[in-house]
Design a protein around this ligand. Sequence first.
Ligand code: SAM
Length: 374
Amino acid sequence: PSPASRLERVLRQDAFSDADIVYLLGLDDPADCEALRRASFDLTSRVIGDAVHYRGLLEFSNVCRLNCRYCGIRKDNRGLPRYVLSKRQVVESALWAAENNYGSVCLQSGERRDEKFIRFVEACIREIRRESVSETLPHGLGLTLSLGEQDAATYRRWREAAGEHDGVRYLMRIETSNPELFARLHPARDRKRMEKSWRSRLRALDDIRAAGMQVGTGGMIGLPGQTLADLCDDIRFYARRDVDMLGMGPYITSLGADMVEDGMMDKGPLMQLSLNMLAVTRLVLRDVNLAASTALQTLFEDGRERGVAYGANIVMPNISPRDVRKNYQLYDNKPCVDEERADCRGCLEGRIAAVGRRVGWNEWGCSPHYARRT
Ligand code: SAM
């Protein structure tokens, strides 16, 4: 069959073979990519609706105990000034988000497991939930935590700190579902201590689910040595784990990381591959929350909107205070480091409208998949 008819046939299905997935991920002809985009966007309209939800991203500390080789805030990057925001700064940033009609925030940081840190996060969660209650947010802000691997008891403590209401999510990327590639990305000394080993990551995902939170994972796209078959396996992994939400984004080199010499894909093909990954994941997993990552915006200024056009329904505008942003550069050229958070709020709304979506102000925007499975 001609390529066009194969594409039409594949896009008409609602179950996909591995060969179909690899074929769709590898599309690069503009007309073919547009057909894939349309299929994903239309499915998103049907199963999710036309609202895109904001998660105000608050990067409250770059202190990290790990040495993930790709990451600019890894522990051994000695040149980086380390910071931890105060509890008041965290709560006030979250309240800024609430006052600006964001339905939820995401607390992210480097990984720490000490009791002081656990208690700090617990107190932030409790105060954000309590102080953000208003007429528009009767149960306070929705909360996503992205704080790495923790003990099962810690996940439970943080879930309980949020009170009896839902809207608590945890985002922890598997990074790649290929255990060998995972091992190459994480130093042996961390893995030996069972810190960020592929198995410890799986266990942590189980513990997050058992703690009663919405489960989010995801991975990097375009890693050195990663194949289309690996990305297909990532999608199968997400489906098998029955996750509620996904944060996936392109891999971008970082001068502060430990794999600069491995290089990264060229910007154009990396962007298209990342967009294809969003679209195909939408077609296979259907009703999950899919984030358009900030890393997309690093590649191209309109990257996040293009992600929305390819089926993403979540964006994460940065609400961190401006003076700490330059020290949370996971990868080079991270966008918005010099902007005020109000600039991020304003510039995005029009861009989202331009691709045919609206912002779901003052809503938690929970994963429909989570609602269905619970
Ligand atoms: N410490 C937490 C954790 O490990 O889940 C959250 C913070 S961590 C910096 C958030 C994510 O940043 C990682 O899961 C990784 O996928 C992503 N990241 C780090 N370095 C990156 C890079 N060079 N390019 C793209 N994404 C990167």
